[in-house]
Design a protein around this ligand. Structure first.
Ligand code: 5GP
Ligand code: ZN
Length: 112
């Protein structure tokens, strides 16, 4: 996926503000934060969106879900946080590499 922005970030071709990484995922700060804390969690494997997931991704997705509360705690989001996955143009997805928005703190935007 040579034309994928987030694959380029994974490859280090585009700089990003890393928060966490392991063998399955990479987490970095959103370049246009919409809340005091606004992270993006992406799988190292390119997947366009939720629509392209199959059984082979089950362990990966479970890993991502279970990482979210750990990251939220590390970010000091003790009272809670918001997670968003936009899917497809109609869902507001702009970057077609599956990602989970993790947002919290002050200036949390309205649900949309
Ligand atoms: P989507 O609308 O696809 O769910 O979210 C894409 C997100 O990626 C947006 O919140 C946008 O601010 C963020 N984004 C777009 N380009 C870059 C970039 O080059 N670096 C980083 N860190 N975030 C980006
Ligand atoms: Zn990609």
């Amino acid at each position: 996926m040579s034309d994928c922005l987030f694959c380029k970030i994974l490859a280090g071709e585009i700089p990003s503000d890393k928060v966490y990484e392991d063998d399955k995922v990479y987490v970095f700060k959103d370049i246009y934060p919409k809340a005091d804390v606004h992270l993006l969690m992406i799988p190292r494997e390119h997947v366009d969106s939720l629509n392209e997931l199959d059984e082979s991704h089950d362990a990966l997705m479970a890993h991502m879900m279970r990482l979210l509360p750990k990251l939220a705690k590390e970010q000091g989001l003790d009272t809670g946080y918001r997670t968003i996955i936009n899917t497809g143009p109609g869902g507001g997805q702009e970057v077609f590499h599956l990602h989970i928005h993790l947002m919290g703190g002050d200036h949390l935007p309205g649900f949309r």
